[in-house]
Design a protein around this ligand. Structure first.
Ligand code: ES4
Ligand code: ZN
Length: 326
C-alpha cells in the first residue's frame, strides 16, 4: 500500500497535542505507585476501559484524574520524553506541546517543576532526536479570568521556556471573551496566541476567538463549516485549523470518521492540519490520525502533501526554518 506508507514517512509538524493527554495507562500506574498517589482504578486494563466518552466533559473528568499522578520534575520530563519519542517514530520533525499548568499548581505542584520538567525534555528531543519541540501554556477556560492572570504571573519567570498561550477545557458556556484581557496582556508580551474554538461550541466562538482574542490559529474549529461567512474569513486570512479527527470521533463530535468534514474544510481552501490532541486517550498518535482519516474519507496523496505543507506553514517555527522546509 503506497498511500499509508507515504502518510507514515512524510515529515510533518504536530501543532495540537496536550502533553497530559499523552500519558499512557502504564505510565499513569507507574507514577501512581512511585509517588504514592492513589487513583480510582485497580489496573491498567480497568483504566483503559474507562476510556469510553460521550462528549468533551466525560473525557476531561478522566484526563484530569490521570494527570493527578504527576508530582516531580522527573515525572513531567518522562511524560514529554515518551511523547517525543513517539513523535519521532511518526516522522514529526516539529512539535508544539500544550500543557495545562493550572491542573498541577492547583494540587500544589510548583510552576517551576512543571515548566522545567517539560522544557528539559524538549531540549533533549532537539539534541537526541532531531525533533524541534516547544511549549504552549494553556489556560483552563472553566476557571476564572483572575485565575488565568495569576497563572500567567507565576509563569513569567519562565517566559523563555514557552512560545505562546492557548485556551482549553470545557468549551460550551465558556466563550472566549472571558479571557480577552489576559490574551491582550499575552500579546503585549510577544507570546503567540491560539485557542480551542468550534470543537463542540458554535461558530460564534470562532469569531470571538479571532476578533477579541486575536488568535493566530484555531484549535479544532470544525464547527466553522456551519457558517459560510466564517469559512470565507478563515480562507481569506489563511487562519489555520488544527483538526484532530480521532478526538472528534471519540468525543462524538462526528458520528463516524467517514462523516468528518475535513474534506469540506480542505475543499474550501482552509489551512487544515491533522493532529492527535490526546493520543493516549483517543486511540492513536498523529500517524494513526492520518491513516484512519485517509482510509475513511478517501483523501488523496496530493491532499497528504497539502496537509504536511500546511502543518509547517501553520507552525510557530521561525521564518528561516520555514524556508528550509519549503
Ligand atoms: C482537550 Cl479534546 C480537548 N478539548 C478541550 N480541552 C482539552 N484539554 C485536553 N484535551
Ligand atoms: Zn485539544
Amino acid at each position: 500500500e503506497r498511500l499509508p506508507e507515504l502518510l507514515r514517512a512524510m515529515p510533518k509538524a504536530e501543532l495540537h497535542m496536550h502533553i497530559e493527554g499523552s500519558l499512557e495507562p502504564e505510565l499513569i500506574f507507574a507514577m501512581s505507585q512511585r509517588n504514592g498517589v492513589a487513583i480510582p482504578y485497580a489496573s491498567v486494563e480497568e483504566l483503559r476501559q474507562a476510556y469510553a466518552f460521550t462528549n468533551l466533559q466525560s473525557f476531561l473528568d478522566i484526563y484530569y484524574a490521570g494527570a493527578s499522578v504527576l508530582i516531580t520534575q522527573q515525572d513531567f520530563h518522562d511524560m514529554a520524553w515518551a511523547y517525543l519519542q513517539k513523535a519521532k517514530a511518526d516522522n514529526v520533525v516539529h512539535a508544539e506541546l500544550f500543557f495545562d499548568p493550572q491542573t498541577h499548581t492547583a494540587r500544589g505542584v510548583a510552576m517551576q517543576v512543571v515548566i522545567e520538567g517539560l522544557h528539559s525534555a524538549c531540549v533533549r528531543a532537539g539534541t537526541e532526536l532531531g525533533v524541534d519541540a516547544s511549549l504552549i501554556l494553556c489556560f483552563l477556560r472553566h476557571l476564572s479570568e483572575e485565575d488565568a492572570f495569576a497563572t500567567l504571573e507565576q509563569a513569567l519567570p519562565f517566559r523563555d521556556k514557552f512560545i505562546g498561550v492557548g485556551l482549553d477545557s470545557s468549551e460550551v458556556g465558556h466563550p472566549p471573551e472571558k479571557f480577552a484581557r489576559v490574551f491582550a496582556r499575552c500579546r503585549e508580551l510577544g507570546l503567540h496566541l491560539v485557542a480551542h474554538a468550534g470543537e463542540e461550541g458554535p461558530p460564534e466562538y470562532v469569531w470571538t476567538a479571532l476578533d477579541l482574542l486575536k488568535v493566530e490559529r484555531v484549535d479544532h474549529g470544525v464547527q466553522s463549516s456551519k457558517d459560510p461567512q466564517l469559512m470565507q474569513r478563515l480562507a481569506r486570512d489563511r487562519i489555520p485549523l488544527t483538526v484532530c479527527p480521532l478526538s472528534n470521533l471519540k468525543l462524538c463530535v462526528f458520528p463516524s470518521l467517514d462523516q468528518h468534514n475535513i474534506r469540506a474544510l480542505l475543499d474550501a481552501g482552509l489551512v487544515v492540519t491533522v493532529n492527535s490532541d490526546d493520543p493516549a486517550y483517543f486511540g492513536g498518535y498523529v500517524n494513526d490520525n492520518f491513516l484512519q482519516t485517509f482510509a475513511a474519507t478517501g483523501l488523496t496523496a496530493a491532499q497528504a502533501y497539502t496537509l504536511a505543507a500546511n502543518s509547517f506553514e501553520a507552525s510557530f517555527a521561525d521564518a528561516g526554518q520555514k524556508k528550509r522546509w519549503r
